[in-house]
Every structure is written in structure tokens, then in C-alpha cells.
Ligand binder design. Structure first.
Ligand code: NAG
Ligand code: NAG
Ligand code: NAG
Ligand code: NAG
Length: 415
């Protein structure tokens, strides 16, 4: 249907000859076909070149498959050439300017798709579409179809990537026999159907000679991925979950919720990871920055859970923990703030501290008053140290998170 609309568009100006009769057309057709052979090039002197002008129209991009590294598109190729064997004197056939021929009756320029990955290499072969020929031998033939071509896909900037896909229109005849040229240096988009996932940034049609004397027409398509879907469904949830897993350090170890919070976030992460892995190409030379970023966030989530487990273990153990000197040095703040906190506790204890005291009272009921006081002090010290460790880890992971997010998106935007 779309192809037909192009035919009507391009051939609108041919509908000017209506004076000829059916018999005239019949005579003309039989006289023309009686003397020609479709396999012989239509030049009277066979050392001449048939010059074919081509208009490439892109009708749609069906899909780009990252796993197969392929692009499926629908092309219409309009070829124009002069057939020297199909010329006639208009007045001898009752003013007939135009004849419509079947493509199997006359010579047509045949193209192969050089980089196809289908079984069928001759995609642009004789099909049912008729050819209009004018009395001076000018012929125009429309052909085309769905073409599946190989396209190396670089996903390193996924999902903000631009892919360059080529369609190579080759021929078997050499340039001395048949010369091709593009009428326009871009693909016509008269009846182009937009793809929902890919935006066609621009297209270039050029002539390339990779094999000497056998040039080919190369259609280059620059396709931009529309990133909104990926931003909403992958990037934002990933960033949010990575951020939330750092909040682990803000949950008090005593609350008993810390580990379950961390693990459930990690599980959410794994589910998201498996859905993104599905959209990524499996075997590729390059790996996307986003994938590296997501993996880093995952490992950081694992690390946070592990550290949290250790912290909870240390917090729940009753044995006295000697804080090593290097640790005390790193936590230089802790010595002064601890003292002030102890003072604050002595003057006005709040509800949290009462809870903690009650908890601590249970195992130390039988103990004497002095040991109870000592243990309390130790516990206060331990809580303080754990609080500071949590705070420090929180800021370290927040910095790492911001830095890695910044670097990842800078790499995607700037390279
Ligand atoms: C066309 O062919 C018919 C018979 O085949 C012949 O009588 C007629 O002269 C031919 N016309 C031309 C213009 O060659
Ligand atoms: C064909 O053209 C070439 C030059 O273009 C000329 O040398 C040759 O004689 C021509 N052949 C015929 C049969 O006219
Ligand atoms: C076309 O045919 C008519 C009548 O047969 C003749 O008078 C005229 O000269 C021819 N024209 C050419 C270009 O051969
Ligand atoms: C290419 O064509 C030229 C003439 O245009 C000829 O001299 C040359 O030998 C050809 N080369 C090959 C590799 O066929």
C-alpha cells in the first residue's frame, strides 16, 4: 500500500496520454517485446554503459536487535534508466506516449543486499510491480521489501546511544556495464513510519567502491535510541535503590530491622538487574557504562549488607570490645563527643537511653553495682563507637555513590 502511494506520487505526471486505443497499446506491446530479450543489456552498442539513477525511500524501521546485531527495515528502491530498445515513434501508434510492461518482459537492474543476514540475498528481485516506459525509453521501476541487515551495535552508551546501520545495495554487473548513482544523497521519508524505540536522526545515501569496478550504493542510517523508557524503568529505580541501601547505616542496629531492610533492598536490586540484563545484548565486544555502574551499585549493596551484619553482631555481643588505636585515630572525634554524650546522659536521660538501660539490666541483674556501672560505661562507649562507625560509613558510601553516579553519566554524555 505504502509502495503504491509512492508510485502514484512519482508517476502522477505520466497520466497525460489518453488518446491511444487499446489496439494501439496491444500493437506497441507486441512490437516492442518481439525484438527484445530481458537478459541482454538495453544498449544498442553493447560497449556502452547503462546508467541507473536510484531513489531510496525508507518506509519503516521494524526493529533493531542487539542480540542478533541486526536491523530490519523496509525500503523502496525506485530505479530509473534509459532503455534504448524501447523507443518508438509516437505518431505510428496513435499518439501513445507510454506503455506499461511486466518486469519479466524487459531488462531490469537487479540489486542484492550486500549485508543481508537472511537466506534470500536477492531481496530486490522481480516482483509483480509493473514498469512504466515512455516513448524515449525512460523506464522507472519500483521494488523493495523488508530487509534484515547486519548492524554492529555499540551499546557502551546505552540507553543514550546512537547506532549507525548500513544497507549495502550491490550489483553483479561491473561499472562499465551498469553504473549506479543516487538521485538524492539522503533517503526519502515521504511515507516513513516512525519507530517507537528509535529516532531516525539522519540518513545518507552514498556510492562506494569497495571492490574495483563494482561499486555499490550504501544507505547509512543514524538511529538514536529514545531513552525515556529506560530512564523511567531502569535508571531511576536503580539510583533510588542504591541510595536507599546506603540508608542502612542510618537504621539503629538495636532496632533489629537493619538486616532485613538491607536484604530486601538487595533482592529488589537483583530483580531489577535481571530485567535489565534481558534488554542488553548477551555477547558483545563492548559493555555499557550503565551495566558497569549497576554492577558496582550491586556490589556496594552486598558490601553494605555484610558490614551491617558485622556491626549488628558486634552490637549484640556482650564481650568488651577493645577499640584499636588506629581505629580511635580515625574516629578522632569520638573521644571528645563521647565524653559530652556521657555528661548529657547523666544530666537528662531520654526515653531511648532508658530502653537501653533496661535491656542491659537483664543480663547484669545478679552483678554488683560497680560492675554494672562499668558495663554500662563500656556499652555506652561501644554504642558511641558504633554510632560513629555508622556515620562515617554512611558518608563514605554516599560520597562513593555520588561520585560513581557522576562519573558514569559523565562518561555516557561526554565520550
Ligand atoms: C508492428 O508489428 C506489426 C505486425 O507484427 C507490423 O505490421 C507493424 O508494421 C509493426 N509496427 C511497427 C511500427 O513496427
Ligand atoms: C560502440 O562504441 C565504441 C565507442 O564507444 C565504438 O568504438 C564501437 O565501434 C561501437 N560499436 C558499434 C557496433 O557501433
Ligand atoms: C514518425 O512517423 C511519422 C509517420 O509515420 C513520420 O512522418 C515521422 O517522420 C516519424 N518521426 C520520426 C522521428 O521518425
Ligand atoms: C576497471 O575498468 C577500467 C576501465 O574503465 C579497466 O581499465 C580496468 O582494468 C578495470 N579494472 C578491473 C579490476 O576490472
Amino acid at each position: 500500500m505504502v509502495l503504491l502511494s509512492i508510485v502514484v506520487l512519482v508517476f502522477g505526471h505520466f497520466h497525460m496520454c489518453a488518446s491511444s486505443s487499446y489496439q494501439d497499446q496491444l500493437n506497441l506491446y507486441s512490437n516492442l517485446t518481439a525484438t527484445i530479450n530481458p537478459t541482454v543489456r538495453p544498449v544498442l552498442n553493447q560497449s556502452d554503459t547503462v546508467r541507473v539513477n536510484i531513489i531510496v525511500s525508507l518506509l519503516s524501521i521494524i526493529e533493531i536487535n542487539e542480540r542478533e546485531q541486526s536491523m530490519t527495515s523496509v525500503l523502496a528502491i525506485s530505479s530509473m534508466w534509459i532503455d534504448e530498445t524501447l523507443q518508438w515513434n509516437v505518431s505510428e501508434y496513435g499518439d501513445t506516449f507510454k506503455v506499461t510492461m511486466h518486469p519479466s518482459d524487459i531488462w531490469i537492474p537487479e540489486f542484492m543486499v550486500g549485508n543481508t543476514i537472511k537466506n534470500d540475498i536477492m531481496v530486490l528481485k522481480v516482483n509483480g510491480l509493473k514498469i512504466d516506459v515512455l516513448n524515449n525509453g525512460f523506464a522507472m521501476w519500483h521494488s523493495g521489501g523488508a530487509i534484515k541487515t547486519s548492524c554492529p551495535i555499540d551499546i557502551s552508551k546505552y540507553p543514550f546511544d546512537t547506532q549507525v546501520c548500513l544497507i549495502r545495495l550491490s550489483k553483479s554487473l561491473n561499472d562499465n556495464e551498469m553504473d549506479i548513482s543516487a538521485a538524492e544523497n539522503y533517503a526519502m521519508l515521504v511515507s516513513f513510519n516512525e519507530n517507537k524505540e528509535w529516532n531516525l536522526a539522519r540518513s545518507v545515501v552514498s556510492k562506494e567502491t569497495s571492490i574495483p569496478n563494482i561499486s555499490e550504493l550504501v544507505v547509512t542510517l543514524y538511529l538514536q535510541r529514545r531513552p525515556l523508557f529506560y530512564i523511567i524503568n531502569i535508571i531511576l529505580p536503580m539510583v533510588m535503590i542504591s541510595f536507599m541501601s546506603i540508608l542502612c547505616f542510618k537504621i539503629p542496629p538495636r532496632s533489629g530491622e537493619r538486616i532485613s531492610y538491607c536484604v530486601s533492598l538487595l533482592l529488589t536490586f537483583v530483580v531489577l538487574l535481571s530485567t535489565t540484563a534481558e534488554t542488553m545484548p548477551r555477547a558483545s565486544d563492548n559493555i555499557s557504562y550503565l551495566q558497569i555502574y549497576i554492577n558496582c551499585q550491586f556490589w556496594s549493596g552486598c558490601l553494605i549488607t555484610t558490614i551491617s551484619a558485622i556491626i549488628v553482631k558486634v552490637d549484640h555481643s556482650d564481650t568488651h570490645v577493645n577499640v584499636p588505636r588506629w581505629c580511635q585515630l580515625i574516629l578522632g572525634l569520638s573521644t571528645c563527643s563521647r565524653k559530652s554524650k556521657i555528661n548529657a546522659q547523666e544530666t537528662k536521660p531520654d526515653s531511648n537511653d532508658i530502653d537501653q538501660d533496661q535491656e542491659m539490666d537483664i543480663p547484669s541483674k545478679s552483678d554488683s553495682k560497680t560492675t554494672e556501672n562499668l558495663k554500662q560505661n563500656e556499652n555506652i562507649e561501644k554504642n558511641n563507637v558504633i554510632g560513629h562507625v555508622d556515620e562515617m560509613l554512611f558518608y563514605i558510601f554516599i560520597c562513593l555513590f555520588i561520585l560513581s553516579t557522576f562519573v558514569c553519566f559523565m562518561l555516557i554524555w561526554l565520550t
